[in-house]
Design a protein around this ligand. Structure first.
Ligand SMILES: [Zn+2]
Length: 350
């Protein structure tokens, strides 16, 4: 568990907004090196690690990118305006500490706001829109920003360390999808699959499932599994009927997401995963969601179609800097994928 925690900590704390996944890719590459036959990066930046095997091939994908921000404009007084990358709830951004990843080195900053002392009572009830927010890095004017290399296009991430909570739980930023990345890496390390396995760290998922589309097209796999996080609803403010996944009750298998507009998992894939879980006594939960989607949406529509499933770690407070999950779910999910890959060829044919 300690080793997994520190691996996830490295992944979570690495900066990697969409299109800027280099640091995360380097960590994954190093972690997989000894367990695969070949690692390459494709033209879009996807990491493709191949574990050679039989003619059939299964793609396992997890996205490397995280939701974040990008410098849009620096004003005369040195305050930074930004655009959002990915699906943020604006309220979670305010008063966060951030890191501006300038080419000449990281610069700390804060998303500032008016203090309550001088707010009118109506103002206190209103939420602040991201477009009205600004980042203060301590500089006085645009020339100082220029000197630091801060300019339109500079990526920004939340400044958050991963911490451990009680009960095998951890809290941090970017667990969507670094938990999925860790689960994929663990699965590849553990499996004795006979089938060829492509472990793919995809880029630009949070801004339109882009890397999944190009990598799946290039690899043309016989089936695919996406390693992700999914909305857990086991806390105040969410009713079970709206989100039934719970922490600590095993990984989630997605039956469908976005009310069928995203992925409808292949029945053969569901059978394969559920049979594997039952056979190895691995707990799991089923997910049917009305919102949100994953790389599987892009992968399953590639070429003539790719049978696809999603294994997810149930996660609370998704798309915030304080995402919470239970490491045992991640471990069970990795074991499930490792054993499922081993079943291809003997019990399961693709
Ligand atoms: Zn995700």
């Amino acid at each position: 568990m300690e080793e997994l925690t520190s691996f996830l900590q490295r992944l979570s704390q690495a900066p990697g907004i969409s299109g800027h996944e280099d640091s995360v890719r380097a960590i994954v590459s190093e972690a997989l090196e000894e367990h695969v036959d070949d690692i390459r990066f494709d033209k879009l930046g996807n990491l493709i690690a191949t574990r050679n095997g039989s003619e059939s091939a299964v793609m396992v994908a997890a996205h490397l990118d995280e939701i974040g921000l990008m410098v849009k404009h620096v004003d005369d007084k040195g305050f930074i305006r930004f655009v959002k990358f990915g699906g943020w709830f604006d309220q979670t951004l305010l008063n966060n500490r951030v890191v501006v990843h300038a080419p000449r080195g990281d610069v700390y900053g804060v998303i500032g706001s008016k203090p309550p002392h001088i707010m009118k009572s109506e103002e206190k009830k209103k939420t602040v829109k991201a477009e009205d927010m600004f980042i203060d890095v301590g500089i006085q004017d645009r020339q100082e920003a220029d000197a630091l290399g801060i300019r339109p296009g500079t990526p920004i991430t939340l400044d958050r360390s991963l911490v451990t909570l009680q009960g095998h739980r951890v809290c941090g930023k970017a667990l969507d999808d670094r938990a999925g990345v860790a689960m994929m890496v663990e699965a590849v390390r553990q499996t004795a699959a006979e089938v060829t396995v492509y472990a793919v760290g995809t880029v630009q998922e949070e801004v339109g499932l882009k890397g999944a589309r190009t990598s799946a097209f290039g690899l043309d796999p016989d089936a695919a599994l996406v390693s992700e996080t999914a909305v857990a609803g086991d806390h105040p403010g969410i009713e079970e009927k709206d989100a039934a996944l719970k922490l600590g009750e095993g990984p989630a298998l997605t039956v469908t997401d976005a009310s069928g507009r995203g992925l409808i998992a292949s029945p053969s894939i569901m059978r394969w995963l559920e049979d594997t879980a039952r056979q190895h006594d691995i707990p799991y939960q089923l997910e049917v969601s009305s919102g949100g989607t994953t790389d599987a949406t892009a992968i399953h529509l590639t070429r003539a179609g790719v049978p696809c499933g999603v294994v997810s770690v149930p996660t609370r407070y998704l798309h915030s800097g304080v995402e919470v999950l239970d490491l045992r779910d991640l471990q069970s999910g990795a074991r499930l994928m490792a054993r499922a890959l081993e079943a291809v060829g003997s019990r399961v044919s693709l």
